[in-house]
Design a protein around this ligand. Sequence first.
Ligand code: GTB
Length: 212
Amino acid sequence: MTITITCFEKSPDGGKGLARDTRVRWALEEVGQPYEVRGVPFPSLKEPAHLARHPFGQIPVFEEDGLTLFESGAIIFHLAERYGSLLPDDPDARMRALMWMFAALSSVEPPILDLSNARFAEGQQPWAEQRMPVVLERIRQRLDQLAAHMGDSEWLEGEFTVGDLMMISVLQRLKPSGILAGHPTLAAYVERGHARPAYQRAYAAQAAYNNP
Ligand code: GTB
């Protein structure tokens, strides 16, 4: 059985771990599964060969024994289910871990992505500067709420789960902007996640891949 993940042939961040293959690599390392990597050049993302694997022409894609998955959430859910160790055995605890994975993807990631759009995709629009305070305020609110919930906890629900893996992967996107540092509870949470040996291996692998 071989697992193959598809990522950028060359990530625009030069291997800083910001593209979404890093969270999949992290999950693979946590569950102890080896994998191979297929790199796709940017122009090929929207070509038929890649669209057959990912209808939106994006990365990451995951392939294992005839199963092809896109969407990092679905891929990581699959890994947690099939290989254990990222989901608690207790059914309620397991559901709470999944709840946090959904929360990361649907309540925390969108305002963070909106900031990238506001800065890069829409940065030249005449209304871009006017909109920025609203974009930043939405992020601040969400981070304050999350930090208030976490308090002094090490992880979201006691032990480290797939919910933490996804939440930390989402929050790290704010690191380069300096916004994360303004929320010390969450900055420390991201550092705790990044100190895990599985993350270290995943980060090193994507960095090496992007800097051959
Ligand atoms: N919801 C999907 C998922 O979670 O898998 C989103 C997938 C997605 O947005 N993939 C991006 C992509 O393929 C790469 S991760 N984009 C190309 C396209 O849409 O044509 C986003 C990303 C890319 C690069 C950096 N970076 O270099 O800093 C950061 C984040």
